[in-house]
Design a protein around this ligand. Sequence first.
Ligand code: IPE
Ligand code: IPE
Ligand code: MG
Length: 233
Amino acid sequence: MSLHVGIIMDGNGRWATRQGLSRAEGHRRGAAVVRRIVEAAPGLGVGTLTLFAFSSDNWKRPGREVSWLMRLFRDYLRDEAARCVETGVRLTVIGRRDRLGPTLRSAIERTEALTAGGATLHLRIAIDYSARDAILRAAQCLTADTVPSRESFSRLLAIVDHGGSHAPPVDLLIRTGGERRLSDFLLWECAYAELCFLPVMWPDFGPELFGQAVSDYHGRERRYGALPDAAAS
Ligand code: IPE
Ligand code: IPE
Ligand code: MG
């Protein structure tokens, strides 16, 4: 069964500062890592990969850093669209779109349209994303005469967040950069996710560490509140 992996790509700024480089350079290196991770994902049994690129709280950063990031996202989409088509990657962007600039918005729409047929990997990039805001927006769509199920609510979440077809629950959540928090990422989808917090900064992450995290995941027992197999029988 293919996995849904979520990644909080944290640590670009600290990585750069430690090397005496600008934070912008850290983000640029971070984008190069994204390419390698996306390439490695299908071979590791990952069918859906959701990457946290920009949180709704990241608007609080200095304007210069925000503009640099927005330009980086636009360039990434422009440069990667053809490769995604070639490799069967369907790319969608989740999060709010109304606060993004028109060039980035049209790059998103263009890439989503071009890659819509991809069946090898569903790559979801979270930009201006807040899980709490998404849950609130989905809740606003509920009507008094329908009792939502978890499945129907997940579908609503996909609609309010432009995710297209709804993503399965997250199996494995990886956060680089040493912090042990979710920072408002996929709160609903991570209900039973296995968590993996790594001290390594995102620019130093790569396919090898990704592979290790996935194989560590396969060694875990997911019980969903039930008893371990041995105890139950
Ligand atoms: C993650 O790296 C990327 C974004 C939030 C856009 P940071 O920029 O948060 O890097 P640190 O945490 O300051 O090192
Ligand atoms: C989370 O990282 C958001 C992304 C990686 C895009 P932050 O650096 O914004 O999170 P906090 O502020 O440390 O919680
Ligand atoms: Mg950070």
